[in-house]
Write a protein that binds this ligand. Sequence first.
Ligand code: 5CA
Length: 442
Amino acid sequence: MRLSQFFLPLLKENPSEAQIVSHRLMLRAGMIRQQAAGIYSWLPLGLRVLENIENIVADELNKAGCNRVLMPTLQPAELWKESGRYDSMGQEMLRFPDRAERELIYSPTNEEMIVDIFRSYVKSYKQLPINLYQIQWKFRDEVRPRFGIMRGREFLMKDAYSFHIDVEDARREYAKMYDAYHRIFARMELMTVAVNADSGAIGGSLSHEFQVIADTGESALYYDAAFDEVRSGKVQMSGEEMRGLYAAADELHIPDKCPVPKDRLREARGIEVGHVFFLGSKYSKAMGVTVAAADGAAVTPEMGCYGIGVSRLVGAIIEASHDENGVIWPESVAPFRVGIINLRVGDARCDALCEQLYDTLGGYMDTLYDDTDARAGEKFARMDLIGLPWQVVVGPKGAEKGAVEVKYRKSGEKVEMNTESVLPHLLRGIDPLAQDSATGAG
Ligand code: 5CA
């Protein structure tokens, strides 16, 4: 993409409404635009990141054997009357009549509709277990939408729902999803702590929230220092060992009963980017679902559900990865992997070299080419602000001898090299986990 054609409406000033760094940077970098309280348009730069996150989530879930579906955002109110949540969801759920005066709701979550799909097709234990997921917009009329897309009213969620013949199998799936979540967040270079949590309006008897540790997080939590040791790479642990570690949301942490000694207990704030629930038969029972077991008996299936805040993740990643100049995107979610800066547009050598690089790099990775006639200082600041992992700077002096400067945004390290070396240099920086799976390893 040529920057001269790219819709990138940057803000020069810090927007006064933004209280946290991710909200500020998303507005300044032209990623989102607020349209109403908690409701946003996604502009080209922001949408590219959102889609990359979506793809990582879908990729890991597909590998874990989940089936992607897409359910409507608008749903008949009747389903919600069946489950009993029509009343309990209260004002958070948006309700309105269609022209025939039939009541619709804008989905805040999808347990009811997935159970309705399940009961229409699945009649026997032989069809179990099954895990269905979607990535779809939700609406919750939050009392206090804030921090930009972090707590929106309209937001993009990945929601998965699984069905099982018994509790044991539902617990197996819960553990599998728990491990898949660690892989998903690791691919975005996020370290999460999975805390025991209250299951709230979704319900069920067991739940874990996946929290990105950040001072600006809305949740308070307590956890075993071992999480930090795993995070820093000092200690290696299996999924099962991780699941055994103590971590609790504020409301479930009872100091007198905490098994972790004081000097090993960490207190922090976190951003909840995912939440997994063991639901039991709460919804299947309320909505009268049964399947035939091996002995022919009618059994109520056990369920789990597993959410990820896809749009919230954009903010969480920025909170975890930025500096005073702007965003620093992990390679796996970056809107472009590399930005080429032409310092002297109109200079024949610079133009030719940039076009050649744009062509070569563009064949292998998403490439943004700053072909505008802005001043050098503005080009540098803009490229740092939007946070692409790599920058290739082409100026008249270097161009004379076919040399360019390659900058790694994360460390600020700059290396001069000839044009031919740029592509191999950049290709070494690709998402290591994606590479593992591409070669069948790991
Ligand atoms: N049905 C289940 C998951 S299948 C469910 O709705 N779970 S949830 O309520 O915990 O939401 C899942 C995830 O969506 C949360 O972990 C959070 O990351 C994200 N989320 C929830 N509310 C908002 C919001 N107002 N803005 C942005 N993201 C949100």
